[in-house]
Design a protein around this ligand. Structure first.
Ligand SMILES: [Zn+2]
Ligand SMILES: [Zn+2]
Length: 150
């Protein structure tokens, strides 16, 4: 989305724009994103010393894969980012798409967990321990051993 500079208040007040970025527009169809259809952004822009101060509040529903149990889960992500732009003399538009894209890629959880205490998969039989109990002997032996050596 291009913001026309003429639509931004000249008196130093904040101008607010809203935009829904489609995933394709942000070029987010890469492997890490199981599913992310769109990102809603509220963009607050302010002229300051011939620069633009921009605050973006954005939110999206992301689909993630838990690194422990490998199940997919959805999560609502809400975040803000501050950006600053120098303006060139003849500039008419501001396009922050690329910066929003980078921000989302950086803030995307690198090790998503479906829940903090996700029990993961049994290393022996592979069952999802959040859903099933199993009788496998797990790392109890290893654990008590590592405790002794500490
Ligand atoms: Zn999990
Ligand atoms: Zn098991």
């Amino acid at each position: 989305m291009n913001i026309a500079l003429k639509d931004i208040s000249k008196s130093g007040d904040e101008s607010v724009f809203k935009n829904r970025y489609k995933s394709e527009e942000l070029d987010l169809n890469i492997d890490r994103f199981i599913k992310l259809e769109y990102v809603d952004a509220e963009i607050k822009v302010k002229f300051k010393d011939n620069k633009l101060d921009v605050k973006v509040n954005y939110l999206y529903n992301g689909k993630f894969r838990c690194v422990r149990c490998l199940e997919e889960f959805e999560r609502h992500i809400k975040n803000s980012v501050y950006l600053k732009y120098d303006l060139s003399f003849d500039q008419e538009f501001l396009d922050i798409t690329e910066d929003i894209r980078n921000e989302i890629i950086l803030s995307y959880p690198s090790k998503p967990l479906c829940k903090d205490d996700c029990k993961g998969l049994c290393p022996v039989c592979g069952k999802n321990l959040n859903l099933y109990d199993c009788d496998c002997e797990k790392q109890e032996l290893n654990n008590s051993f590592s405790k002794l050596t500490k």
